[in-house]
Design a protein around this ligand. Structure first.
Ligand SMILES: [Zn+2]
Length: 92
């Protein structure tokens, strides 16, 4: 999730919390519901999950993979999955 998407979500949440504010009337209830779904996903991805150790399907090498999207990750470079944004837990 990039900053622009996050900013849109926060604007929608502000609308939901203060729907009498005319500034936010361009958002429909569907926009707010969509923002809530995105925020739930963002919160879910921010809870650290342990990478899965296994064999890469194509190159057949052993490594760690994101538990959400299966992207190959490594301890030195990835605190988050580059593909889905899942926070990774490298503790023993
Ligand atoms: Zn991922």
């Amino acid at each position: 999730m990039n900053n622009e998407q996050l900013s849109e979500i926060l604007e929608c949440m502000a609308y939901a919390l203060n729907s009498t504010d005319k500034l936010y009337h361009r958002f429909t209830p569907a926009d707010v519901a969509d923002a809530k779904r995105k925020l739930d996903k963002l919160i879910k991805h921010d809870m650290p999950k342990k990478p899965i150790f296994g064999t890469h399907k194509i190159i057949r090498s052993m490594g760690f993979f994101c538990p959400d999207c299966n992207l190959e990750v490594n301890q030195r470079e990835h605190l988050y999955s580059c593909k889905c944004g899942q926070r990774l837990d490298w503790s023993e």
